[in-house]
Design a protein around this ligand. Structure first.
Ligand code: SIN
Length: 311
């Protein structure tokens, strides 16, 4: 059932699953939003971790303008680059497009469950993904709530994780030579950071299991095998179906997720069809994560992500 968040705002918030995901109605994202709506959308994002909008036919400028009401957009992608005309817009296409400023082949591979760019010292705070060309079926995106994942672990395991840190790496495999444009882009923009495995969300104060299988390469202070066993347990736990929501896209759909409290999975089923899929993403600049002991993350390689200057 739809719930109205604030009588002056007129947005509706319709939860989609018990722990994550709500659809927002009563807004027109093509125009600047009243401050009450911005506040209510932000509150819904913090509560539901990922929020969805339907029938919002935004162009690139409107997409960036919507994002700017919630933070400072980053460059399209710190590793893969973007389109020179639209520095904030990252194209996510099934088929490789020749519009990247880091070379024709500089598309990212379709990774598994991940949180955006956690190998950076200050990973994006949020991401806003817009569906333009959408397959008639298939191509759904799944999201999971990493705060509920933390809360549902035993006190014993939480007590261990509370004090652990992990290395997140975005690099070509160690010892490998970069031969294609994709690997060259990654090699030239290697990012490695050490983050707490449990972070304190800077806005809600919630504890978050801050780990994802795409970027975590090892756990500090553990033997490689021990780290692998612990990670396997965590990777199975964080994607428990009851922590997740699955979003069926339509042209004009938008997903806006809190990258500090979620992981997501891009679809692979589209590669078994001839359907096109063309999406665009804007990410909002984030802070350096902090653990429950107040210790921030540390950079091992690479520079902090800087927001795109306002026009
Ligand atoms: C992403 O991983 O940011 C994109 C997700 C998607 O294409 O569904």
């Amino acid at each position: 059932m739809a719930q109205t968040a604030d009588p002056f705002s007129s947005i509706t918030v319709t939860p989609m699953a018990v722990h994550i995901g709500a659809e927002i109605g009563g807004v027109d994202l093509t125009r600047p939003l009243p401050s009450e709506q911005v506040a209510d959308i932000r509150a819904a994002l913090l509560r539901w971790k990922v929020i969805f909008f339907r029938d919002q036919m935004l162009d690139h400028d409107q997409h960036v303008a919507f994002a700017r009401q919630f933070g400072d957009p980053t460059p399209a992608h710190v590793v893969y680059g973007g389109q020179n005309q639209q520095p904030e817009i990252y194209s996510i296409a099934k088929f490789r497009k020749a519009n990247s400023n880091r070379g024709q082949g500089a598309m990212r591979p379709w990774s598994g469950w991940h949180t955006d760019i956690t190998a950076a010292i200050n990973p994006p705070a949020a991401s806003i993904l817009r569906g333009v060309t959408v397959p008639p079926y298939g191509g759904d995106t799944q999201f999971t709530n990493l705060a509920v994942a933390y809360n549902t672990l035993s006190p014993t395991l939480r007590g261990l994780l509370d004090h652990l840190r992990a290395v997140h790496r975005f690099a070509v495999s160690q010892g490998a030579t970069a031969v294609n444009d994709h690997d060259k882009a990654v090699q030239q923009h290697t990012l490695v950071s050490e983050h707490p495995m449990v972070t304190v969300h800077p806005e809600t104060g919630e504890r978050v299991l801050y780990a994802n299988p795409a970027f975590v390469e090892g756990i500090c202070g553990m033997e490689a095998d021990e780290g692998r066993w612990l990670m396997e347990l965590l990777w199975e736990h964080i994607i428990r179906p009851d922590f997740t929501v699955r979003f069926r896209w339509q042209p004009g759909s938008i997903a806006f997720w809190d990258n500090r409290a979620t992981a997501h999975l891009a679809p692979r089923d589209i590669f078994d069809t001839d359907f096109e899929r063309q999406f665009y993403r804007v990410t909002l600049n984030g802070e350096v994560p902090v653990g429950i002991d107040g210790r921030p993350s540390t950079a091992i390689e690479g520079r902090p992500i800087e927001p795109v200057a306002r026009p």
